[in-house]
Design a binder for this molecule. Sequence first.
Ligand code: HEC
Length: 199
Amino acid sequence: MKGFTSLLILLLLIPAGAGTFIWSGIYDVSANIPRYGISDWLIATLKKNSIAFHARGIAPPAGLTDPESIRNGIVDFSNSCSRCHGAPGETRQAFSTGLHPTPPILVSGRVQKERTEAQLYLIVKNGLKFSGMPAFGNIHEDLNIWNIIAVLKILPKLSSGDYQSILEEDGTDEGDTLRDEEFPGIPDAIDSRMKPNTI
Ligand code: HEC
């Protein structure tokens, strides 16, 4: 009976302790403090298994390595990804070092070795919770995302000269962003997903 009472007290103390911790505000949510210890392990494990689970059954479309797909993907990569992840001959912009976890440098090829094409597609389409990796599925058609995945696969071998000449041919300037007229549905799509700011 004594053992049972102790167990009951323990079971009540755990949620009470967790509740006090959450309500007290002691935990620091600042983006400039890296995640450590158990929270880092928990999120990393959750991320790895969740990506593997949800990417089951996703298959890349045919023709992903067409020069046209690659060209379109490079322009999109430059507009949407390079500021945080760098590009051939370009470093990440300084603000990205204020993100924790810090965006990986995708020209190194490490991420591409660890992830399948389906997993990369899922990450870019849906983004990643608990990090600064945005979801691009609300402003990109599926095919545009696959074009970016095609570029990710060749990125480690792409010379900065080839990368820049494709951007120059397209007339893409540094600082170009997605334009509303190219994606007429964006403002409505975004509006309907936005919740009023309650803070
Ligand atoms: C605002 C900054 C930002 C932008 C823009 C951005 N990312 Fe990320 N990305 C991140 C961060 C931060 C992480 C690290 C997430 C993590 O480790 O949990 C990340 C992680 C990733 C990963 C690796 C995920 C993993 O753990 O395997 C891939 C792949 C990726 N991004 C691709 C892209 C692509 C492609 C684009 C453009 C379409 C893009 N990102 C745009 C911030 C960004």
